[in-house]
Design a protein around this ligand. Structure first.
Ligand code: SME
Length: 164
């Protein structure tokens, strides 16, 4: 296993994500465990980009309830109802949500007052069932764009397409 935690700050975003994906796939080769993969991706993303909070909310009651999973950062709230906050909105719609300014997002759930922008990406399993959402929060406004969205959707497609 390539036991290195990359710091990719300073690299162009698309290149950084490409390197991160190659690294993550090598580490997760042969893995068939959602929590193990969520923990590994949280760690790699968090340290690669240095955002405020990086982690997963898992679907514990389909269509109803998310519960926090592996993450890096300050204390995350434990449960989020589908439809609530950015995570619950992404889960309910089954779509990525990019928020340039969390203070302008109605119903945003504040876990860390420093959070200013965020991206939430749905995570699907082998049968296209919603397993979780990946949530990344930034201290700065306008941090995330379509490059992040596409790269993160591609990274978490591991859960749907893994070979192990
Ligand atoms: N920002 C999220 C809540 C989760 S935390 O920030 C870790 C939301 O509004 O869904």
């Amino acid at each position: 296993m390539a036991e290195v935690t990359l710091d990719l700050r300073g690299q162009p975003k698309a290149e950084a994500y490409a390197e991160l994906k190659t690294h993550a796939l090598a580490i997760l080769e042969g893995v068939d465990d959602d929590i193990c993969a969520m923990a590994t991706m949280s760690c790699l993303l968090h340290h690669a980009f240095g955002h405020l909070w990086t982690g997963f909310y898992r679907v514990v009651t389909p269509g109803k309830l998310l519960r926090v999973g592996p993450y890096q950062g300050t204390l995350g709230c434990l449960e989020i109802t589908f439809g609530k906050g950015v995570c619950g909105t992404s889960a309910a719609k089954g779509e990525s949500v990019v928020v340039a300014d969390v203070h302008a997002f109605p119903g945003h759930i504040t876990c860390d007052g420093r959070s200013a922008s965020e991206i939430v990406v749905p995570v699907y399993g082998r049968n296209r069932e919603l397993l979780a959402v990946l949530d990344i929060d930034s201290e700065h406004k306008n941090t995330f764009d379509d490059v992040d969205r596409a790269a993160l959707e591609d990274l978490v497609s591991w859960f749907q397409h893994r070979t192990a």
